[in-house]
Design a protein around this ligand. Structure first.
Ligand code: OGA
Ligand code: MN
Length: 301
């Protein structure tokens, strides 16, 4: 079997694809890793359905696509439920696996996932691929939405594009949490991940296409007043998340969705916090690597 991808929307063929033909629970052959990389460069979101994975299987799959990211775990790791540092617990469960109180640190922290963002854009290197796997999903709410930053760039008027070229924005790990009034972080946590700067417009290495790089971790635009930069960032976010650039994923247990953080934004949607929602995410760093070399380095088949 080999990777087969069908575009979700023929009108937007370079965005979301339904993928099949690869068994994610089995060790990934180097050719399959290359095929996924190539598909990710063409699409930006790949959806695999009906492939339940254990945490170890999910990690092994993710590792064959690149070195793994710790992301926000470098700031705080409250009440770990999952054994691995490299799995983000995208759930409303407490450390014993029960539905957590809505004031639980993880529940409050995960609410920032409901603002449009690119994972780990607050660090260098930032994230390349996020692989989110659904274990238990609620009946109401809790979809995840993705917005295509290459299409959003293509659709900007020439005047706006010229204005944006050369600008940089600062990204900070705790900014989106502060926005939501979640400010219970120590001095050490606040300093654990100092702000980084990224160009507002970048070239996607995998496709050569230009795209916006924005989202909830951006605090301001370098060289502009805070107010001017923030209205610009808000305006760009509003443009880039119009419905024609967005795909909304309704989860089923056993789904694995891979997205490219370089050229998409995503957000979770509201759901009933008293109903179990259990997903977990592994993420690769946007570091230069060759998936084949990495496979050999890790001794995988
Ligand atoms: C994530 C994320 C959104 C969601 O896992 O990185 O932002 O729908 N998740 O839970
Ligand atoms: Mn995220």
């Amino acid at each position: 079997m080999s990777l087969d991808v069908i575009p979700f929307d023929p009108q937007r063929p370079g965005f979301v694809g339904f993928a099949s033909g690869i068994e994610l629970a089995a060790p990934l052959a180097p050719t399959a890793a290359h095929a996924i990389d190539a598909a990710m460069n063409r699409y930006a979101v790949l959806i695999f359905r009906g492939q339940p994975l254990t945490p170890d299987q999910q990690l092994a799959f993710a590792r064959s696509l690149g070195p793994l990211d710790l992301g926000f775990k470098r700031v705080a790791r409250p009440h770990a439920r999952l054994a691995s540092q490299e799995l983000a617990d995208i759930s409303n469960l407490d450390e014993s696996g029960e539905i957590a109180d809505r004031a639980h640190r993880r529940v409050v922290g995960n609410l920032a996932n409901q603002l449009w963002h690119s994972d780990s854009s607050f660090q260098k290197p930032s994230a390349r691929y996020s692989m989110l796997h659904a274990v238990v999903v609620p009946e109401w709410g809790g979809a995840t939405e993705f917005a295509d930053m290459r299409a959003a760039w293509d659709a900007l008027p020439e005047y706006d594009r010229q204005e944006l070229e050369g600008l940089e924005a600062e990204h900070y790990a705790l900014y989106s949490r502060f926005l939501l009034g979640d400010s219970d972080y120590s001095e050490a946590q606040r300093n654990a991940l100092p702000p980084v700067r990224w160009p507002l417009v970048r070239t996607h290495a995998g496709s050569g296409r230009r795209h916006l790089f924005i989202g909830a971790h951006t605090t301001h635009v370098v060289g502009q007043t805070i107010a001017e930069g923030r209205v610009l960032l808000m305006d760009l976010l509003e443009h880039a998340t119009q419905r024609q650039f967005v795909y909304s994923h309704e989860w089923q247990p056993g789904d694995l969705v891979i997205w490219d953080n370089r050229c998409t934004l995503h957000r979770g949607r509201r759901h009933d916090l008293s109903v179990r929602r259990e997903l977990r995410r592994a993420t690769t760093l946007d570091a230069d690597h060759d998936p084949i070399d990495l496979q050999f380095a890790q001794g995988a088949a």
